[in-house]
Design a protein around this ligand. Structure first.
Ligand SMILES: Nc1ncnc2c1ncn2[C@@H]1O[C@H](COP(=O)(O)OP(=O)(O)OP(=O)(O)O)[C@@H](O)[C@H]1O
Ligand SMILES: [Mg+2]
Length: 247
């Protein structure tokens, strides 16, 4: 079942949930370069969920993730994480609370080695450290002294994901991590997102263009359109065709 964007511009109400939300956006408005992009996003994500966010180019998916992390200011509405109001919190504080983002482009430092890149995300008190990362991506252990700028696209993306994981987040947001990768690496990235969710118990929000892949890994799908949540359904209740029609 879909919920179309109402003419009034009012977002559909969040569905009632039995588990308290880890992340809660309530009527969030945000602008980019002076233009409204998010126009009242209301979204609840419970701890342990794996939510995919879809939407056409320019729909505001990256802006949504960046807003959660405090990189884009909230004009109206509220963002809560683990019950705390983080609407106007500075990004480092939001990261310390347990939010991490793999950005859409270049989530790594090309002129630093793998090990130095990983040190950037590191937290001494976290449950994810180098051992866990190297177990997840053995190639990064082998290449730990190599400059990231000299590595393949897939390996760079592994570094970007690893940096985000090194802060031992409770919520990992991935912004189109598989774009430009070969099919076998796309599959690996999806597998890693699933592993992170099931083995580390990290809540995952995955922005992705590949609808078929999304439906294989996520448990819930959210479609953003014109800065509003157009659809928010468990994966079991939507089909790829249905989503294609919305995009
Ligand atoms: N630096 C910028 N300067 C001006 N406008 C921007 C900038 N970044 C994004 N925008 C605009 O903000 C809107 C939302 O962009 P956003 O990057 O959030 O979309 P998206 O859904 O992530 O798109 P894509 O699928 O292409 O990544 C778009 O209309 C885009 O053109
Ligand atoms: Mg984007």
């Amino acid at each position: 079942m879909s919920t179309s964007v109402p003419d009034s511009g009012v977002a559909p109400a969040a569905r009632p949930s039995s588990t308290p939300a880890l992340l809660r956006l309530d009527g969030v408005h945000a602008e980019v370069a002076g233009q409204p992009v998010l126009r009242g996003i209301t979204l609840d994500v419970a701890e342990g969920e794996f939510v995919a966010v879809l939407g056409h180019n320019g729909a505001g998916k990256s802006t949504l993730l960046r807003t959660v992390l405090g990189l884009v200011p909230v004009r109206r509405g509220q963002v809560r994480f683990s019950g705390d109001d983080i609407t106007r919190s500075p990004t480092p504080q939001i990261v310390r609370k347990g939010v991490s983002l793999v950005p859409q482009q270049r989530g790594y430092f090309e002129n630093l080695s793998v090990a130095d890149n990983l040190a950037f995300g590191a937290r001494t008190d976290g449950r994810i450290g180098l051992d866990e990362i190297y177990e997840l991506f053995p190639i990064l252990r082998e290449r730990r002294g190599q400059l990231v700028g000299t590595m393949s696209g897939g390996q760079r993306q592994m570094v970007a994901i690893s940096i985000a994981l090194m802060s031992s987040p409770r919520l990992l947001m991935l912004d189109e991590p598989s774009v430009g990768l070969q099919p076998n690496l796309v599959a690996r990235v999806m597998e890693v997102a699933t592993q992170v969710n099931t083995e580390f118990g990290i809540t995952v929000i995955l922005v992705e263009q590949n609808i078929e892949k999304v439906l294989q890994v996520a448990r819930r799908v959210v479609v953003i359109n014109q800065g509003l949540v157009q659809l928010d359904e468990p994966v079991a209740e939507v089909t790829a065709d249905h989503i294609w029609q919305l995009l």
